[in-house]
Design a protein around this ligand. Structure first.
Ligand code: NAD
Length: 492
């Protein structure tokens, strides 16, 4: 089944199309972001493989859509078991392919198996409504139908669990899927999942994966937009790419689900449990080196508790073990590539030049950037202005004089993914939460607190679309069906 088993991992490294592992005509090296070592040689596909994958998904669609929910449920539950059985291997691959700590690796595995268990039941959700009609003798139904082939783009950051999200949701509602994984994580964001679904016995063609070399995504995307069989695009990634693909989707008149970036604020009010707030800030800002869409980018702290909060936050941040993520104790691994490191270095240098204070961090060792807390950052600095996602372990702390000031400042961003409020007064927290213009607001949790069954998703420039069973809105369409028993209701 495998094209090239590399190093210690026996995983497929070539396209999965119509239930077969295709021959790779070209390959590209997939590097460990920690030390640059080549971990896998991956098939470099393009237009031809994408066309084959779409054709395979289209051929598999009628059978999959018609499969009774109980049969689909058994397959999803079997996949969940295999995800758990392959936990150690997955955590190892995530470490060497994406620089992911064991902590976040285990989180991704648990999230993914839970998602598959949740989705196992979604075939049993109500499939529509019975409607009233003004025509005598007419019975009207709004019947939910799967769309057909859904084409997915996966990111490299939450490589394993977000790839599962990209195809489990459409599959659960009866669609078949083609996926183009990120070139930074082709194994953990697509091929590994295909191997698991193959092992679980999913029918050939239900999930198809086509990998590509860096800079060659466009040829595959072209096929997704041009093919009439592809009825929906499901994208998780940056707002820059999402905007470009949404423009194309508009021209092609295809619906597109967009799960994009965020600039996620954490509000620490003067009545908060400060230790809890410090834990939420540290986890929220630095999980996976700050490379999660829901990571905390700015903490607004009420003046009365600001200095104590910063002191405790800095102490906890300094204690985070950094280095090679193959060491299970490591919490802060490398950034994904040199481009990401350079952007972080430039943003922090710029902020310092503008007058920012580095409370802790601000340096790199190899490809690992130290978790960094900045204060006194001018509001217009790119790292603090709320308009640009700084996708790494850098967080800005700003003092405020009231919760109202914090709320107003925290909303001053084009993004609207996740926000969090730390307060000892639950009613105050709920009141503020209702006024936040964001897809997700947590009271007394970190900005990164998603669960697979809950409707995660953004508003404004963070995109649209919701996960959990709410995804039925995105991955089905309504078929109006009527049955009329009385004749003679026509006007002529
Ligand atoms: P990205 O936009 O660079 O890439 C995402 C996907 O798009 C990848 O598969 C990539 O190969 C593809 N792509 C990139 N350029 C393309 C092009 N020109 N044509 C066709 N496809 C193209 O994002 P990334 O760096 O992989 O992921 C990080 C970003 O994703 C961050 O902005 C993060 O906030 C966001 N994200 C959002 C969520 C969410 O649920 N809202 C989850 C994870 C990541």
């Amino acid at each position: 089944m495998t094209q090239a088993a590399t190093r210690t991992f026996d995983v497929p490294t070539t396209h999965f199309i119509g239930g077969q592992w295709a021959e790779a005509t070209r390959t590209f090296p997939d590097h460990n972001p920690y030390d640059g070592e080549v971990v896998f040689e991956i098939a470099a596909g393009g237009r031809t493989e994408a066309e084959q994958a779409v054709a395979a998904a289209a051929a598999a669609f009628p059978g999959w859509a018609a499969m009774p929910p109980g049969e689909r449920q058994r397959l999803f539950l079997r996949a969940a078991e295999i995800i758990e059985a392959r936990r150690g291997e997955t955590v190892g691959i995530l470490a060497v392919e994406t620089g992911c700590s064991a902590t976040f690796g285990h989180f991704q595995v648990s999230w993914s198996s839970s998602l598959m268990r949740q989705s196992a039941n979604w075939g049993y959700l109500p499939q529509g409504d019975v409607l009233r009609s003004d025509v005598p003798g007419r019975f009207a139904m709004a019947v939910r139908k799967p769309l057909g082939v859904v084409a997915g783009f996966t990111p490299w950051n939450g490589a394993f669990n977000l790839a599962w999200r990209t195809f489990a949701l459409p599959l659960a509602f009866g669609n078949t899927v083609v996926v183009k994984p990120s070139e930074e994580a082709p194994v953990s964001a697509g091929l590994l999942q295909a191997a698991i679904l193959e092992e679980a016995g999913f029918p050939a063609g239900t999930l198809n994966v086509v990998t590509h070399a860096p800079g060659e995504a466009a040829a595959i995307a072209d096929v997704f937009f041009e093919s009439r069989a592809v009825r929906c695009i499901n994208f998780t990634g940056s707002d820059k790419t999402g905007r470009m693909l949404a423009e194309r989707a508009g021209r092609a008149l295809k619906p597109i689900v967009l799960e994009l970036g965020g600039y996620n604020p954490l509000l620490v009010l003067d009545d908060a449990n400060l230790d809890n707030a410090v834990d939420a800030a540290t986890f929220g800002a630095f999980i996976h080196q700050g490379q999660v869409c829901m990571c905390t980018r700015k903490v607004y702290v009420e003046r009365a508790v600001h200095d104590t909060f910063v002191e405790k936050f800095a102490a906890k941040t300094r204690s985070l073990p950094a280095g090679d993520p193959r060491n299970p104790a490591t919490l802060i691994g490398p950034l994904i590539n040199e481009r990401a490191l350079s952007q972080i270095e430039e943003r922090v240098r710029g902020a310092i030049a503008d007058g920012a204070t580095v409370v802790t961090g601000g340096s790199r060792e190899g490809n690992v950037y130290a978790p960094t807390i900045l204060t006194d950052v001018p509001p217009e600095a790119p790292v603090a202005n709320g308009c640009e996602e700084t996708f790494g372990p850098v967080v800005v702390v700003e003092v405020v004089d009231s919760a109202e000031e914090a709320l107003a400042k925290a909303q001053d961003t084009p993004y609207g993914l996740s926000a969090a409020i730390m307060t000892g007064d639950q009613q105050r927290g709920l009141d503020l939460a209702q006024r936040f213009d964001a897809g997700i607001v947590h009271v007394n949790s970190a900005t990164m607190a998603g669960e697979p069954s809950l409707p995660n998703g953004g508003v404004k420039d963070s995109g649209w679309g919701r996960s959990g069973h709410y995804a039925i809105e995105d991955f089905t369409e309504i078929r109006l069906t009527t049955l009329t028993s009385d004749a003679g209701h026509y006007p002529f």
